[in-house]
Design a protein around this ligand. Structure first.
Ligand code: M6P
Ligand code: ZN
Length: 186
């Protein structure tokens, strides 16, 4: 990775890929074992097909205060049981680092949680969503098309996945009677 950032202009293509990207992540169902509420539905889904749930295209920057990392996420439509496809979700390792999301296409929700508080805000084309410092964040696709968004966060923020892997996330988003429902587990 470059240790010095330089001026650069990036392009997001029609399917949400950021170009150029310096790292790409593909997350399949098998990378998220245990994260969906319905364990039986998860087993059945995995037995059928290890579906691609989302892709992240990132332009890495030096991991310093003051730098900003830019990435896009392409979160595919789908469900495990009645729960919509989602990202793993994370806290920032440096808890006091914030993040901004800008929605490019599709529709969904951004779930946020901090201590006993939780929130969900809409995500979709032209939505700007703010993740304040200290809040865990997870994105959910509630539509039939990929949910595509751009994210910008501090270079030294880091990702803490372990806390959510251990404790879970307090909200889940499901289809109930043909409508989108955000359920709280607390
Ligand atoms: C957004 C940003 C990224 C994150 C990605 C996928 O683009 O928050 O930092 O990696 O979503 O989410 P997660 O890392 O929780 O799987
Ligand atoms: Zn983040």
């Amino acid at each position: 990775m470059n240790l010095t950032s330089k001026p650069i202009s990036l392009v997001v293509d029609e399917r949400g890929e950021l170009r150029p990207a310096t790292s790409t992540i593909e997350r399949r169902l098998s990378h998220m074992r245990g994260m969906y509420a319905d364990a039986e539905a998860e087993r059945a889904a995995l037995a059928q097909d290890d579906a691609l749930v989302y892709e992240v295209y990132q332009y890495d920057m030096p991991e310093f205060v003051g730098e900003l990392v830019v990435c896009t996420t392409v979160l595919h439509p789908g469900k495990v049981g009645d729960e919509f496809f989602m990202t793993k979700g994370h806290f920032h390792e440096q808890r006091d680092r914030a993040e901004v999301y800008y929605g490019l296409s599709g529709e969904g929700r951004l779930l946020l949680a901090k201590d006993d508080e939780f929130a969900d805000v809409p995500m979709g084309a032209s939505t700007v969503a703010y993740v304040p410092p200290y809040w865990a964040h997870r994105t959910v696709n509630t539509g039939d098309e990929p949910l595509v968004f751009l994210a910008v966060y501090p270079g030294d923020a880091g990702h803490d996945y372990g806390t959510i892997e251990t404790d879970g996330f307090p909200q889940l988003v499901v289809e109930r009677d043909g409508a989108v429902a955000v359920l709280s587990e607390r």
